[in-house]
Write a protein that binds this ligand. Structure first.
Ligand SMILES: [Fe+2]
Length: 343
């Protein structure tokens, strides 16, 4: 039998059906058995006031057998997910997204393909949220979430290879940020994975947030469905400095963020921006991000160009742009796309 119950009256052992989509609470499924006080706390924290309980799936307990049911029995099964339901009023998206991402990442039973899709979707939501609301609190929360993604890429080879495959080819600032973030962390893992002299969690956050300054570029330039004029390019070229400035203003700037925000459009041959740095004036972190950034731009669909395959993009980067990139780091990037012999 299914009946309604105020969330604060829930007990361990009850099989609960949440009244909002899984997007709005930290659990992986919308229906689950409450197994701990921690589960009860998470339900209350999610802001849900009333839930449904399925007594046929609950574990026997005197505590919930005796409860009266104000709304009477309901036999209808609740769908596993319902994207159209509204979040509760006091829903805190940043915190719940981090928890949800963490739950997905640490779920040892989830197959790599499914996990990579869930992590990608969560990453997009997190970056979208930062771009809409770049406050100190949101940036810090997003950094924690990105650190979880970095950990996943470092320790779960199968899921992270799947992540590489599923990166979206739609070119939006937030999908681009996530794609560049994933590619860059994966490359950093290849370069630094065996040492502990780099903070890959903080590096990951910097890679994901490298284009944050684009929120200060006029939307008509950012979303223009055609190539930019020289004047528009000039205005676009302020975004590395604006990324740096937003992180500085919000007290969330680290050395990794400073280098990556400021150098991801610099080129080895001195033709980049904003400072026209050359060769070793560019930090390896900036070099990594610039390679991932160009690769994602080439493999993304734009109104004025088709998306290239990974092979086509790498060929163009090798044959026509090699002066832009650090040769050894680029060679390591190419190797990321060799077939995985284990799968
Ligand atoms: Fe950029």
């Amino acid at each position: 039998m299914i009946y309604s119950l105020p969330a604060k009256e829930l007990k361990v052992g009850m099989y609960v059906i949440m009244p909002v989509s899984w997007l709005y609470h930290p659990f992986l499924r919308n229906q689950f058995l409450i197994t701990s006080q921690g589960d009860l706390n998470e339900i209350l924290k999610s802001g849900v006031e009333e839930v449904q309980v399925d007594s046929s799936k609950s574990q026997a307990s005197e505590d919930f057998q005796s409860i009266t049911h104000p709304s009477g029995p309901q036999e209808k099964e609740e769908p596993e997910t319902d994207y159209h339901r509204q979040p509760p009023e006091n829903w805190n998206p940043e915190k719940l997204m981090t928890q949800e991402l963490r739950d997905v990442i640490h779920n040892v039973n989830m197959p790599p393909q499914k996990k990579s899709v869930a992590v990608y979707k969560q990453s997009i939501k997190i970056i979208d949220n930062v771009f809409k609301n770049p406050t100190t609190e949101v940036i810090n929360e997003s950094k924690k979430a990105i650190a979880e993604v970095a950990e996943l890429i470092l320790h779960d080879e199968k899921t992270s290879r799947n992540l590489l495959r599923i990166t979206s080819h739609d070119f939006y600032t937030y999908t681009h940020s996530v794609n560049v973030g994933i590619l860059s962390i994966y490359l950093a893992k290849r370069l630094y994975g065996k040492t502990d002299s780099h903070d890959l969690r903080e590096l990951g956050a910097a890679f994901f947030l490298h284009d944050l300054g684009k929120i200060r570029v006029a939307p008509e330039i950012l979303n223009k469905p055609a190539r930019l004029t020289e004047m528009e390019m000039k205005r676009m070229r302020v975004h590395p400095f604006q990324s740096f400035k937003i992180l500085q203003e919000t007290g969330t700037l680290t050395e990794e963020c400073r280098v990556i925000c400021m150098q991801h459009h610099e080129r080895e041959d001195g033709t980049g921006y904003p400072r026209r740095l050359q060769g070793n004036e560019i930090h390896d972190y900036g070099r990594i991000c610039s390679i991932a950034d160009v690769f994602d731009a080439l493999t993304s669909e734009r109104p004025y160009k088709r998306s290239l395959s990974a092979f086509e993009a790498l060929s163009i980067m090798k044959n026509e742009m090699l002066g832009f990139f650090h040769k050894e780091i680029f060679a390591n990037f190419v190797l990321l796309f060799t077939p995985d012999k284990s799968s």
